[in-house]
Design a protein around this ligand. Structure first.
Ligand SMILES: Nc1ncnc2c1ncn2[C@@H]1O[C@H](COP(=O)(O)OP(=O)(O)OP(=O)(O)O)[C@@H](O)[C@H]1O
Length: 201
């Protein structure tokens, strides 16, 4: 007699809070691996989102997916960067308070791509006005220029940011975007690349 495997056996658990062996690193990694094998790159730890770089295009960033996550309770749908972006936006509006998303990870982990997905989500989901369109276009379209000057190919990432970016989007009380900033910071020496200077006699 073989019991029919539960879907969880195949796709893992979508929130680490629900993992039985919650203090086992092996169980943690095993769960991530199971999900990654099924192209499920996002997993929650409560309200924290873990993302594993798929290094391939996944069909999860479509307009249809964005519509699906708009205004939906955080835990109602499978983990997604859109759920996080949406939740932060609505928390900001309901609490009338500043909110932030901190993206952290090693080089090549997918931080820059994640920040772009968030901006794209806001560009589609936030109320639209001419001003909003201008803010959205400037935030999104300045990226290639910043990357042209500020990114370089490294051993770990073909398009590695050589500086950190602090982005803020300002919303009015209706939730319309009215402005934004992109500031560079964390220009650490370890992030600067230069050609090796070879001494010749
Ligand atoms: N969600 C994703 N879907 C598909 N490919 C991705 C995704 N995230 C990252 N990648 C791929 O991985 C590459 C590296 O990602 P990214 O530049 O975002 O890393 P990073 O964490 O910002 O690295 P660094 O700290 O070196 O700047 C991208 O150029 C892209 O090819």
């Amino acid at each position: 007699f073989f019991a029919k495997p539960l879907p969880e056996d195949r796709v893992g658990i979508q929130d680490f809070v629900l993992l039985d062996a919650h203090n086992s690193e092996t169980a943690f990694l095993d769960n991530l691996k199971k999900r990654f094998t099924e192209d499920l790159i996002y997993t929650y730890i409560g309200t924290l989102l873990i993302s594993v770089n798929p290094y391939k295009e996944l069909d999860i960033y479509t307009k249809k997916q964005m519509d699906l996550y708009m205004g939906v309770n955080f835990f109602e749908l499978p983990p997604h960067i859109y759920a996080l972006a949406d939740n932060v936006y609505h928390t900001m509006l309901s609490e009338t308070n500043n909110n932030f998303i901190l993206i952290s990870g090693e080089s090549g982990a997918g931080k820059t791509e994640a920040s772009k997905k968030i901006l794209q989500y806001y560009a589609v989901s936030c109320p639209s006005s001419t001003l909003m369109d201008t803010v959205r276009d400037r935030m999104l379209m300045s990226n290639p220029v910043l990357e042209a000057f500020g990114n370089a190919k490294t051993m770990k990432n073909d398009n590695s940011s050589r500086f950190g970016k602090y982005m803020d989007i300002q919303f009015d009380c209706q939730g319309d975007a009215v402005g934004g900033h992109i500031l560079s910071y964390l220009l650490e020496k370890s992030r600067v690349v230069s050609l090796l200077y070879i001494h010749t006699i």
